[in-house]
Design a binder for this molecule. Structure first.
Ligand SMILES: *Cc1c(COP(=O)(O)O)cnc(C)c1O
Length: 274
């Protein structure tokens, strides 16, 4: 398992890779900050706030839903990192137009929800350079939300490697096109596949089986997984392996993309760690 969760306490995992080129572009363009979008428990908002804070940039988070009486821990932390929060109704969020927000805040570099853009995918190409020897694996397994990270992996995988994506949303067949949008032409195409049956009921949906798996995984390995992404990726790995998906001799790299702050949305005691 590649432990991107251990990269940084607040700028967790793959979110840092998706942000770094966007931060560079904002600075190069003379912008004073980043403006982006997300829900109340968004890892992306948390990471954007922390990364901007560390870079000396401002940040604005456009948050889905009316301002609640008490902010989620994620939003409290984002605010503590200086993020200005703009709440909009769920309805308005559904048709949110990044260009409009860019026109409203011209000093800000606008990053789409989840960091889904070419710069995000480009930054994720560095994931496989983050440790030596990663080209020796036959399979790379990673959770998918927008597919940006998967696109970066597919663009940078070694010839012969297979990239396996586990969408954590229900009916996520759109993710294939969302990945293709960000693929670059390659001399040696890399095989990739998405497995859609491991979402546990949908985005941010959990199940007793998921918690049991995560607790068991932690007991066996000492590694904490998160409920939204990596827990489902871990279950998918187990499901695929037990289902005979991998040939003998396969070397499989699981990507721990971080996101552990999202576990704070659970009542205490559900997980044996955190
Ligand atoms: C956001 C996130 C993902 C999904 O990344 P995408 O690039 O949107 O597919 C995976 N794992 C964790 C922990 C995340 O926070």
């Amino acid at each position: 398992m590649l432990r991107l969760d251990q990269l940084h306490a607040a700028i967790s995992g793959n979110k840092w890779y998706k942000l770094k080129r966007n931060l560079e572009a904002a600075l190069a363009g003379g912008k004073t900050g980043l403006l982006t979008f997300g829900g109340a428990w968004s890892n992306h908002l948390a990471a954007t706030a922390a990364a901007c804070h560390a870079t000396g940039l401002r940040s604005i988070g456009v948050v889905r839903g009316e301002r609640p009486a008490t902010l989620s821990l994620t939003l409290q932390q984002a605010q503590a990192h200086g993020m200005e929060l703009q709440f909009i109704s769920r309805e308005a969020y559904r048709t949110v137009n990044p260009a409009e927000w860019g026109a409203r805040f011209p000093e800000y570099f606008v990053v789409p929800e989840g960091g889904h853009n070419a710069l995000g995918a480009l930054g994720c190409e560095d994931i496989l350079k983050s440790a030596p020897g990663l080209d020796a694996y036959t399979h790379l397994l990673c959770a998918g939300g927008t597919g940006t990270t998967l696109a970066g992996l597919i663009n940078s995988a070694a010839p012969g490697q297979t990239v396996i994506g586990i969408p954590v949303l229900k009916q996520a067949e759109w993710m294939e096109a969302s990945i293709r949008e960000l693929l670059r032409p390659r001399h040696t195409p890399v095989a990739w596949q998405l497995h859609y049956q491991f979402h546990q009921g949908g985005y941010a949906k959990t199940s007793p089986a998921l918690f049991a798996f995560m607790n068991d995984f932690h007991a066996q390995t000492g590694i904490p997984l998160d409920i939204i992404y990596t827990g489902k990726m871990g279950m998918a790995f187990r499901g695929l392996a037990l289902g005979g998906h991998f040939q003998a001799g396969s070397r499989i790299l699981l990507l721990h993309t971080g996101g552990l702050q999202g576990n704070l949305s659970l009542p205490p005691g559900v997980l044996s760690f955190h």
